[in-house]
Design a protein around this ligand. Structure first.
Ligand SMILES: NC(=O)c1ccc[n+]([C@@H]2O[C@H](COP(=O)([O-])OP(=O)(O)OC[C@H]3O[C@@H](n4cnc5c(N)ncnc54)[C@H](OP(=O)(O)O)[C@@H]3O)[C@@H](O)[C@H]2O)c1
Length: 260
């Protein structure tokens, strides 16, 4: 493997699926992967939104970006996404399990089964099923062809700093961290599985935040500010590329230095 930095992070010919790739952190990751030479597919519930993002990325990178509509919390739709991505991309080398959310609730007693199931479904069940299907195919392919794979899960520092307003989400993301380590053992040595735990980033999620409280919280972190969406891409590029060839089962914080 080359240690030339331009080749270490080069994604030419890599086939990458990004869930939740239409907006926010997923959109920034899909954009940089395409600019680094990858064939990218983005998936979210809204095909129109995926198409608009794919067109914008293509205009900048000069590379086609594929799209597919999928509710990642639904087992059958995830099965279909895995099949479509594998067939349309001609195999998958990198899977980024990015789609996620945490709906607001009034109190823990007010959380009903529907909300619980939707948060666990999107943030944990979907990434499990997609990793199980595509990780297995990547590992089988590696045994015959030597072509390796990488899975990148997008968790949250809520997994290790639980707060009262995001209890189901924190549970799902903590389980996603654990699942990262389990899948790294399952699919090693040819498929690496890692996780990024973002702190606070200015995306559509942040529109619902109480910014007085956020500004107060930011005074306690090393960078003294929230992250901008493009600031996730360095970690994603590292984990997607050969630069991280000996990194697996790792859970990284990209949080501006939240104190432990
Ligand atoms: N922003 C932050 O401060 C922050 C902090 C920690 C962790 N994270 C994590 O980072 C990831 C990305 O967050 P973000 O801030 O970029 O969110 P965002 O701007 O709200 O974008 C979410 C993306 O996920 C898609 N999505 C939502 N529900 C979906 C579903 N049921 N099925 C398929 N796709 C779905 C959305 O598209 P559609 O609406 O078209 O489906 C969109 O593309 C999430 O896993 C989140 O938990 C974010």
């Amino acid at each position: 493997m080359s240690t030339d930095p331009r080749q270490l992070f080069d994604l030419s010919g890599r086939r990458i699926l990004v869930t939740g790739g239409s907006r926010g952190l997923g959109k920034e990751m899909a954009r940089v992967f395409s600019l680094a030479g990858a064939d990218v597919m983005i998936a979210s519930r809204s095909l129109d939104s995926c198409r608009a993002t794919a067109d914008a990325i293509s205009a900048e990178s000069g590379r086609a970006v594929k799209v597919h509509a999928c509710h990642v919390g639904r087992w059958n739709e995830v099965d279909e996404l895995a099949e479509v991505a594998w067939n349309e991309l001609g195999g998958v080398d990198v899977l980024v399990n990015n789609a996620g959310k945490s709906p607001l609730y009034e109190s823990v007693a007010a959380i009903d089964e529907k909300l619980w199931d939707s948060v666990i479904g999107l943030n944990l069940k979907g990434p499990f099923r997609l990793s199980a299907l595509l990780g297995t195919r990547m590992a089988e392919r590696a045994r015959t062809t030597g072509v390796t794979g990488s899975i990148v899960n997008i968790s949250s520092i809520a997994a290790i700093h639980p707060t009262p307003d995001v209890i189901p989400y924190t549970a799902a993301k903590a389980a996603l961290n654990a699942m990262t380590i389990g899948f790294a053992q399952t699919f090693g040595p040819h498929v690496r599985v890692n996780c990024i735990m973002p702190g606070s980033f200015r995306t559509d999620i942040s529109k619902a935040w109480n910014w007085d409280l956020v500004d107060q919280a930011m005074k306690r972190i090393a960078m003294r500010r929230v992250g901008e969406p493009h600031e996730i891409v360095g970690a994603a590029l590292f984990l997607a590329s050969d630069a991280s060839s000996y990194t697996t089962g790792a859970v990284f914080t990209v949080d501006g230095g939240v104190p432990t």
